[in-house]
Design a protein around this ligand. Structure first.
Ligand code: PLP
Length: 386
């Protein structure tokens, strides 16, 4: 089956030289992190949604350097495990700027997060609610609602979130237990095609919050609109302001004193990381050129399997194009990066560049075949930082 992703053939001289220099100095495989891209995307998202406080979803790329960048921009953090909490603790990020959004967690994890200073946790059912009885004076909970999203590449409401109709009974039970549910959240799915599901979810959640606020003395004033802001895998040019315009409009109708928060991951980091791999060897099989790379689907390209992503590729050489396959370094046949693409003739040592490779790439790689991870290079300081 033809692979439809964008493949760029060749590069301007300065770009070509940069990739060659980095590969020569640090070896491959490499993941090159450009902090200025995170800064740009963070500011663009804040400008597009000025009423929203951003909590970076650490799971997207849990690298220290990225945490430092978001921290320096004044962003908050969304964690989903004790490991992510430990990472922030190590970097001395203030716990009050962190929310814990995994709807199901061990008591030990709740205690770790509380010790660290987290006071906001997400739940989506009564069993999880009951885990907070002994911590009720120290927490405010957010109840996650499910909105199935056929338009998203990754539907995050399949596994988590209660139905809207269950919210009143869970809130009532929380009242009986003396636990404060301070608001609702949703995650309409990752890599959304447009913001229509965000808008629908904002409208339905806020309507219910207003109704519950009118009926109860406990005030809900937090709405967490999750993530879902897209990366530009197709290279069509994502304009985040345009994507967010309907969300901005929907949020403009909410009570001004409400606290609106979001958990962006992918949009902030995807474009900030570029993969550099080398061709290790080649063969011709059934008339097709196979090139075997030093990184692949068990490594930095793991998102092609877990995250259903298809990263734009680039080769630096130019020349007549032939049907080609790019394969990863492991012994498994599933370890193929791109099938049936047109490439010029490559030889061992030639570089293959992967773009938009910051989100759910290094985060989900494995050590299969005991192959080394791609090294994480900070472009600004030209230092390996993992
Ligand atoms: C609870 C939660 N919040 C935020 C995110 C980040 O979503 P995105 O990368 O689409 O912005 C995820 C992604 O899995 C998630 O599960």
């Amino acid at each position: 089956m033809a692979d439809k992703r964008p493949v760029k053939i060749g590069a301007p001289e300065d770009e070509h030289q940069l990739y060659q220099d980095l590969a020569q100095e640090f070896g491959t495989p490499l993941l090159v992190y450009d902090e200025s891209v995170v800064e740009q995307h963070y500011r663009a998202l804040c400008d597009a949604l000025p009423a929203v406080r951003m909590y970076y979803a650490v799971k997207a790329l849990p690298q220290e350097q990225v945490i430092r960048t978001i921290d320096s921009l004044g962003g908050g953090f969304d964690v989903a495990s004790g490991g992510e909490t430990d990472l922030l603790l190590k970097l001395k990020v203030f716990g009050r700027r962190t929310i814990h959004t995994h709807p199901v967690k061990k008591d030990e994890e709740i205690r770790t997060a509380l010790r660290y200073g987290v006071t906001t946790f997400v739940i989506d059912n009564v069993y999880e609610l009951e885990k907070f009885v002994s911590y009720r004076s120290r927490v405010g909970l957010i109840l996650r609602v499910s909105f199935r999203s056929p338009g998203a590449i990754v539907d995050l409401s399949r596994k988590f979130g209660c139905n809207l109709s269950e919210v009143p009974s869970i809130v009532a039970r929380a009242g009986e237990l003396g636990i404060h549910i301070k608001g609702l959240s949703f995650h309409v799915g990752s890599q959304c095609a447009d913001a229509s599901k965000h808008v629908e979810s904002i409208e339905k959640c806020s309507e219910l919050m207003l109704q519950l606020n009118a009926e109860n003395d406990r005030l809900m004033n937090v709405l967490d609109i999750g993530g879902g802001f897209p990366a530009d895998y197709d290279r069509r040019g994502v304009v985040i302001d345009t994507f967010c315009a309907p969300i901005r409009e929907a949020l403009g109708k909410l009570p001004a004193e409400w606290d609106i928060i979001a958990e962006p991951g992918r949009y902030l980091v995807a474009a900030a990381v570029t993969s550099i791999t080398s061709v290790v060897g080649r063969s011709v099989r059934d008339g097709v050129n196979w090139y075997y790379l030093d990184d692949g689907a068990y490594g930095s390209y793991s998102g092609q399997i877990y995250d259903h992503a298809c990263y734009p590729l680039q080769v630096l050489k130019e020349g007549p194009l032939h049907r080609s396959i790019l394969a990863g370094p492991t012994c498994d046949s599933i370890d193929v990066v791109a099938e049936d693409i047109l490439l010029p003739e490559l030889t061992a040592g030639d570089l293959v560049i992967g773009h938009e490779m910051g989100a759910y790439t290094a985060a989900t790689r494995t050590r299969f075949n005991s192959l080394p991870d791609a090294r994480f290079l900070d472009l600004a300081s030209r230092r390996i930082v993992d």
